[in-house]
Design a protein. Structure first.
Length: 450
């Protein structure tokens, strides 16, 4: 089965470290080596300033003049205008460089969090999360590692628009979609399986992206739908297609079970260790899960398909990812990582998260009650939703963009048009009492435009 996407600079000389990493991967899991992009094959983490500085930190007991920071009294030099705002955060934990892979304590704590919240991972072998500059950066790293120009990415037709910038504009790959919903409601897992099989014809590799809870729909699959997705991926992998499955779990944990029970685990747990031709990649972060959007602290975690060689595979992918980070942004801000690490270690964190989730659940429940009322049926229909920040309506008889502008100009209501028929409502930023007036305004605006 030949790949339709030519590899760039396949014959370019490799750095010896990159060659050693590729040889390890060839021996441990040759199918994952074949999943890498040309750039991914060339990536490595250099034995340069950082590794020499690490050695000096351990052994330079007299003088350490290695890394490019300024010190004073054996501590990072800092300005009082900055340090007086840090509270009880030590200066070094705020202004110093962080390791390219992230603070070791933070990586360890996030892995423990994954295990606690995803019981199906507890007997699986997967990598230590690598810290990213939030999930968008993680997606970009995944694109660099696995996508060559002309490669294909399969995702739902209900998708976050920024995927196009990342994968089509940045990586020059091609996005293909499958129908997210069935006409009866619920996720179209059969449509996914059929589109995956169709797209795999004549291709050695397909990258799949599944975003749950979904943006823009706010939908989290049921357990049966999750099983169907995993089975379809395993079936295609068994046919010989190399599959890189990106699990964008940005809104993980915000589950409300509206209209029925949904999954409460990431698909990553169902896919890790499932088949040698299937590599699961989890993208998540503190961004939404801990309500710290501006801290830009996310993670990328690898779940190989061969349990017996997973440790070696994860070591190689870890090194290549750190190389990509080092060559791109150097490292994720230290202060952000410190704050998230301290929060994860706090005994109060779970209760605090539950309280905020309850607030969002109350809003989502109110939206579910109001938007599905029969009196609005002549104006719009509601796509199934049960989780996350968003819900989506299909407007009847008017253009969604015209409706968006009309609502903004005449009613002072701001919503997002995601297609000519669909409007996204972010109930995450609505108070409960705002819900009914918003949908009343939408109903009235639709009638006026007709």
């Amino acid at each position: 089965m030949a790949s339709q996407a030519p590899r760039e600079a396949e014959d370019a000389p490799l750095n010896p470290i990159a060659r050693q990493l590729n040889e390890k991967l060839e021996e441990a899991a040759p199918e994952i080596l074949s999943m890498l992009s040309a750039y991914g094959r060339r990536l490595y983490f250099p034995k340069g300033i950082l590794s020499q500085s690490a050695e000096a930190k351990q052994k330079a007991h007299r003088f350490n003049a290695t890394i490019g920071i300024a010190t004073e009294g054996g501590k990072p030099m800092a300005l009082p205008s900055i340090t007086t705002q840090l509270g009880d955060v030590p200066t070094a934990d705020a202004v110093n460089y962080a390791p390219p892979g992230g603070r070791p304590g933070l990586r360890k704590l996030w892995r423990e969090k994954l295990l606690a919240e995803n019981p199906s991972l507890r007997d699986k072998r997967f990598g230590e999360p690598v810290v990213t500059n939030a999930i968008t950066h993680g997606l970009s790293l995944a694109g660099e590692l696995f996508l060559d120009p002309g490669d294909v990415v399969l995702m739902p037709d209900q998708l976050w628009g920024n995927y196009r910038l990342t994968f089509e504009i940045r990586n020059r790959a091609k996005i293909h979609t499958f129908p997210f919903y069935t006409e009866q409601g619920g996720m179209d897992t059969a449509g996914f399986a059929a589109r995956l099989a169709e797209l795999s014809q004549g291709r050695d590799k397909v990258v799949v992206l599944l975003n749950f809870p979904n943006n823009p729909t706010g939908y989290m699959p049921t357990a049966a739908e999750g099983d169907a997705l995993a089975s379809a991926l395993e079936h295609q992998a068994a046919k010989g297609t190399k599959l890189v499955v990106l699990c964008d779990d940005a809104y993980f944990g915000l589950f409300y079970h509206l209209g029925g029970e949904s999954m409460t685990e990431s698909l990553f747990g169902r896919l890790t260790g499932r088949h040698p031709n299937l590599l699961a990649v989890k993208l998540d972060g503190a961004t939404k899960e801990l309500f710290v959007w501006g801290l830009r602290c996310g993670f990328i975690t690898f779940g190989p398909g061969r349990p017996e060689t997973a440790e070696v595979v994860c070591e190689v992918l870890d090194a290549k990812t750190r190389g990509a980070i080092r060559g791109g942004i150097s490292n994720v801000p230290q202060l952000s990582q410190t704050l998230v690490e301290r929060a994860l270690a706090s005994p109060d964190l779970a209760a605090e998260r539950d309280a905020k989730c309850d607030v969002l659940r109350a809003r989502a429940t109110r939206v579910f009650e109001i938007a599905n009322q029969p009196r609005f049926a002549e104006s719009f229909s509601v796509y199934p939703f049960n989780s996350g920040y968003f819900m989506l309506v299909k407007v009847d008889g008017v253009d969604a963009e015209k409706l968006r502008v009309h609502l903004l100009d005449e009613y002072g209501v701001g919503l997002i048009a995601t297609s000519p028929t669909d409007i996204r409502v972010a109930f995450s930023c609505l108070e409960v009492d705002d819900v009914e007036p918003l949908f009343e305004a939408m109903h009235k605006a639709i009638q006026e435009l007709r």
